[in-house]
Design a binder for this molecule. Structure first.
Ligand code: PAF
Length: 281
């Protein structure tokens, strides 16, 4: 039986009634099978699971899709019930930010918050880290589950937990993909048939990058040849988001728009050492 609460006071009561370890899964709702994997990870890690459902206005810029972001609380609760979630916390904006958002004390993301997603969406990670830290204070978890699909977010949350001594174990959940390879996202429902066909260049580029000694060049080649995508960035970084290593394991990160829908994806890749005599070395 899942308890659904909308206020901090009711959450505090529901949290106090849980025994043993607790895992939190922060979400913006519109739960899909990708979230189901997060719920399963949380169940496996802890005695009790809290899911938060909150479309956080702090992480949307004025022209972004805050108003049209899908809100499907009844279906979300049904999935949580089916997955044995103990508590769903679904607060209103006013409950989360009772004094408004003007002048709000916030968690400032370090320089990693200004690259990739942060470069395209200024203030995004301050919005994410601020709400995640509030949700951590409210739910008091031992574990927190985040999908690898938002790889930079996962890395930034890990960093915040370390930097601010939050004492929470952050668990990463592998990206869940649809049958055609597209990473599951609440935003996929916005794609027309033609946009979705173009979006498939993203998983295609990932597969090519994973099979290539030069992952960046391989991904750029495929995405550059897809006229239906407006590529924002294709980058290879270290697994900690630092500069890409000369050789060895790294992360390929991609952001592109199909129509008006912004899609992100990422995957592990391996950079092969350049050989002496290699014309590009
Ligand atoms: O990944 C998300 O859905 C959101 O960024 C999060 C972590 C729930 C914060 O609003």
């Amino acid at each position: 039986m899942t308890t659904v609460v909308h206020t901090k006071a009711d959450l505090a009561k529901a949290r106090a009634a849980l025994s043993g370890t607790v895992a939190v899964v922060p979400t913006m709702g519109a739960l899909h099978d990708g979230h189901r994997a997060n719920l399963g990870r949380a169940k496996a890690a802890a005695d009790a699971v809290i899911v938060t459902v909150f479309v956080n206005p702090l992480q949307f810029r004025p022209h972004e899709d805050l108003d049209k972001y899908p809100r499907t609380l009844d279906a979300d609760v049904r999935m949580c019930e089916a997955e044995g979630v103990d508590v769903v916390f679904a607060p209103s904006v006013n409950e989360m930010y009772p004094d408004g958002r003007e002048g709000l004390t916030s968690v400032h993301a370090g320089p990693d918050g200004e690259i990739l997603e942060g470069a395209s969406r200024p203030g995004f990670f301050t919005g994410v880290l601020t709400v995640v830290s509030k949700l951590f204070h409210l739910t008091k978890p031992d574990f927190a589950c985040f999908g690898e699909k938002d790889f930079q977010q996962l890395a930034m949350v890990r960093r915040m937990v370390r930097d601010l001594d939050m004492g929470i174990e952050v668990l990463a959940v592998e990206t869940d993909r649809e049958d055609d390879g597209l990473a599951r996202s609440s935003r996929n429902i916005y794609l027309s048939e033609a946009e979705r066909a173009a979006a498939l260049a993203i998983p295609h580029a990932i597969r090519a990058a994973q099979a290539s000694p030069d992952p960046l060049a391989a991904a750029e080649r495929i995405l550059g040849a897809e006229p239906g995508l407006d590529v924002d960035y294709i980058a290879v970084r270290g697994n900690d988001l630092g500069e890409a290593p000369e050789s060895g394991p790294a992360r390929l990160l991609i952001a592109a728009k199909a129509g008006t829908t912004r899609l992100i994806d990422n995957a592990p890749v391996v950079i092969e050492p350049r050989k002496i005599g290699d014309p590009d070395a």
